[in-house]
Design a protein around this ligand. Structure first.
Ligand SMILES: NC(=O)c1ccc[n+]([C@@H]2O[C@H](COP(=O)([O-])OP(=O)(O)OC[C@H]3O[C@@H](n4cnc5c(N)ncnc54)[C@H](O)[C@@H]3O)[C@@H](O)[C@H]2O)c1
Length: 367
């Protein structure tokens, strides 16, 4: 019988947990044993009693490591290299090349072939980006000093907020949809031709800077050339001042997030405007000067919110979706109750981190 173990996340601000009591119960029905580290779900509002009621066994971290065939997590656990045993399989959003002790295998959901329809139920990048995009619109609305919707009251009519969403992948489209539900007038922008159709299908307006389409493989964007990027920055700087709220979500795989909103563009915005950067990172995001997990206000009165890891701030919904992604993956890997790592299977082959010496790439994403 296979034993699946759930580790508490070790990253400081992380509130999500890899498995919920709901999915623990569904694994138990498939005769899979489940070990849960005590307190693992606490910050997502899943208490130990819920896991025990679902048939899981709540134990110490040491016992999870000692007793599990499969370890579940979100981020790579700090103690993974030291604590995991040969023969164990670790599954999470581990990046392309997590540090592993010899004999430990890893599946990283970052490697999932996302356009494969069979893999969609396992797509944790999508489920978590959806949560982040939703929360981005809420945070921006909260920071904005006006209403999002048009309101007709006895005291007169308020105009709706003008919201611009830059980058219309999974997170961007969810931010667009959420801002529209809140009543804002929303415009979306992306460099991929396919994304422009996606924006239009939400009912939002499409900002057209008449640049070249930059679609690349797998539904992702390619990096722009220097000239293209400069033209884009100029076009955006001209468009941005008419918006009250800008939400940025642009990413290019294997590269730093593209700069889309310069300090100059921020200067053109009205006082009280809000710019939320979902791509905020220590090495720079989509907005010049944005700092992860920090809200700053420019001299011109524009709030700049660096919003890193927003999925963690909606921990119950994000954990629920993530745990269901893992259930779909585990069901795929365990057709008869035991884990089978079949390299001939397209999904397994893609998500399995190559063992050192397998001769694939070095796992690093090169710009
Ligand atoms: N089942 C499926 O087929 C499936 C599932 C999930 C995602 N996808 C697709 O995968 C793709 C990637 O989605 P994602 O959300 O992970 O993307 P992502 O996080 O890599 O990037 C977010 C968005 O930023 C855009 N972007 C990049 N550079 C930009 C720039 N300079 N200016 C403006 N926008 C820029 C990208 O085009 C993308 O839409 C999308 O096409 C999505 O529809 C498909």
């Amino acid at each position: 019988m296979t034993t699946v173990g759930v580790l508490a996340e070790t990253a400081g601000r992380e509130r999500r947990v890899a498995l919920t009591p709901e999915v623990a119960g569904r694994l138990r029905k498939r005769e899979v044993d489940v070990l849960v580290e005590a307190g693992a779900g606490r910050r997502a509002w899943f208490d130990d009693i819920g896991y025990a009621d679902a048939g899981a066994t709540v134990v110490t971290r040491e016992l999870v490591y000692a007793g599990s065939d499969v370890l579940l997590c979100l981020h790579p656990p700090e103690d993974l290299a030291a604590a995991a045993r040969p023969g164990q399989l670790v599954i999470g959003l581990l990046g392309r090349a997590p540090a592993l002790a010899p004999g430990v295998r890893a599946i990283s959901l970052d490697r999932l072939p996302r356009t494969l329809s069979r893999a969609q139920a396992m797509d944790a990048l999508t489920s978590q980006a959806n949560v982040a995009g939703y929360k981005a619109a809420l945070l921006a609305a909260e920071a904005y000093p006006g209403y999002f919707p048009l309101l007709m009251t006895a005291a007169g009519t308020t105009r709706p907020a003008q919201v611009l969403v830059l980058g219309a992948g999974v997170a961007g489209l969810q931010a667009i949809a959420t801002a529209r539900r809140l009543g804002a007038q929303v415009t979306g922008y992306d460099v991929r031709a396919a994304a422009r159709g996606d924006i239009a299908s939400t009912g939002a307006a499409v900002l057209d800077l008449s640049g070249p389409a930059a679609d690349a493989e797998g539904g992702y964007a390619r990096g722009l050339t220097e000239d293209e990027a400069e033209t884009q920055l100029r076009g955006l700087a001209a468009a941005i001042p008419r918006f009250d709220v800008v939400i940025t979500t642009a990413q290019v795989p294997g590269r730093r997030a593209p700069l889309l909103v310069t300090a100059e563009a921020l200067k053109g915005m009205r006082a009280g405007s809000v710019v939320l950067d979902l791509a905020a990172a220590d090495d720079g995001g989509n907005v010049e000067g944005s700092i992860p997990d920090t809200r700053t206000v420019t001299d011109g009165g524009v709030a700049v919110i660096g919003a890193a890891n927003l999925a963690s701030t909606v921990p119950a919904a994000a954990s629920t979706a993530y745990a269901r992604n893992l259930l779909a993956l585990l069901t795929h890997l365990m057709p008869r109750g035991e884990v089978v790592l079949d390299p001939g299977d397209e999904i397994t082959d893609a998500v399995l981190v190559p063992e050192r010496g397998d001769g694939e790439d070095d796992g690093e994403d090169h710009a």
